[in-house]
Design a protein around this ligand. Structure first.
Ligand code: SF4
Ligand code: SF4
Length: 336
């Protein structure tokens, strides 16, 4: 994980009028999971959905959030003295943050000598980010990779996303947008011209289940997917569209859901979508939840078995889509 320097301390929610600067959480360099080749993924802060299984909880809130890193803490107590609001106390488990009072001002992170208090979320300018992202341009070119905007939801900061993607394109860098599809169509129109690849999430076919799993029904998701499809067909046939479906135990990972989504893709996106990724649930994010003081209902859920993933992959391949576009990704356990 690589961090970019903070240019201003900003604890306010996202301000889309202040482009070209935006709120991001971190950069993931040498990523091979967010589009083709070797990529740098920029994780944006803020998401309109509340997926029960979210693997990036630090990206959900629009503003910065403080977290305490146990493995770095030397127990000096400087943070406790720094906090003017008295939010911090020491317990047997370590530093405890009273999140009802904490304003996420970041003062404790600035004084911590061990970087054990960390403010997640930084406002950065397009220029500053560009300096970081172009460092790996050689890797992008050699591997057929580039830069992917993810999050959170990049489309919550469309001015910033469009400005960043446009500057990357000027430098000849391949660009990808990873979106949950819940955004205004106007925002999509602003960003699509600067995007080479759209990684579009289709999580759940049933609207009521989609609402229960994410807090939104899926009408806007389908509307925006049709918009992306029509844009590619009519204006930009060289652009690529990948569909991504998270396989979540006792939620989206059912043969019924995969068959329904597959039939939708076969009936509506034929010839436009190059890849349908089935992304296996992972529990690597459980420490992120603990550090943010958020309970996670999947805390004790194991990885899915290889057999379960293969069964769903088979459903996808029999749903009517071109079987060659179906790819299962992510870690699995070998036995039950
Ligand atoms: S972020 Fe600010 S308010 Fe919160 S614990 Fe640190 S110093 Fe206190
Ligand atoms: S200032 Fe940093 S190292 Fe010291 S107790 Fe607080 S979190 Fe731990």
């Amino acid at each position: 994980m690589s961090h970019v320097k903070t240019i201003t301390k900003d604890t306010s929610p996202i301000q889309t009028q202040q482009a070209p600067s935006g709120m991001i959480v971190h950069l993931q360099r040498f990523s091979t999971e967010d589009g083709p080749g070797i990529r740098t993924t920029v994780f944006f802060k803020g998401c309109p959905l509340r997926c029960l299984w979210c693997h990036n909880p630090e990206s959900i809130a629009t503003g910065p959030q403080i977290q305490w890193l146990e493995n770095k803490c030397i127990g000096c107590g400087t943070c406790i003295k720094t906090c003017q609001l008295g939010c911090l106390t020491k317990s047997e488990q370590g530093i405890v943050i009273d999140r009802k009072v904490c304003t996420n001002c970041g003062d404790c992170a600035e004084t911590c000598p061990a970087n054990a208090m960390e403010l997640l979320g930084k406002r950065v300018s397009v220029d500053e980010l560009l300096d970081e992202l172009t460092k790996d341009q050689t890797y992008y070119e050699k591997s057929g990779g580039g830069v992917t905007l993810s999050g959170g939801e990049p489309m919550m900061q469309p001015d910033f996303a469009a400005a960043l993607l446009s500057r990357l394109k000027e430098k000849g860098i391949n660009t990808a947008l990873d979106t949950c599809g819940v955004c205004s169509t106007k925002a999509l129109e602003e960003v699509l011209p600067h995007t080479d690849i759209v990684l579009f999430d289709l999580k759940e076919a049933d609207p009521e289940k989609h609402y229960n799993f994410t807090g939104h029904d899926n009408q806007k998701v389908f509307d925006n997917l049709f918009h992306v499809r029509d844009y590619i067909l009519n204006q930009a046939p060289q652009k690529m569209l990948w569909i991504r479906t998270p396989l979540i135990p006792e939620a989206t990972a059912t043969s019924e859901n995969i068959l329904s989504l597959g039939m939708f893709i076969a009936n509506n996106l034929k010839g436009v979508v190059q890849r349908w990724e089935l992304c296996a649930f992972n529990n690597l994010c459980r420490d992120k939840y603990r550090r943010l003081g958020i309970a996670w209902q999947y805390d004790n859920t194991p990885l899915m078995t290889r057999a379960a993933i293969q069964e769903l992959e088979q459903c996808a391949k029999l749903s009517g889509v071109d079987p060659r576009i179906v790819i299962a990704t992510g870690a699995t356990r070998i036995t039950d």
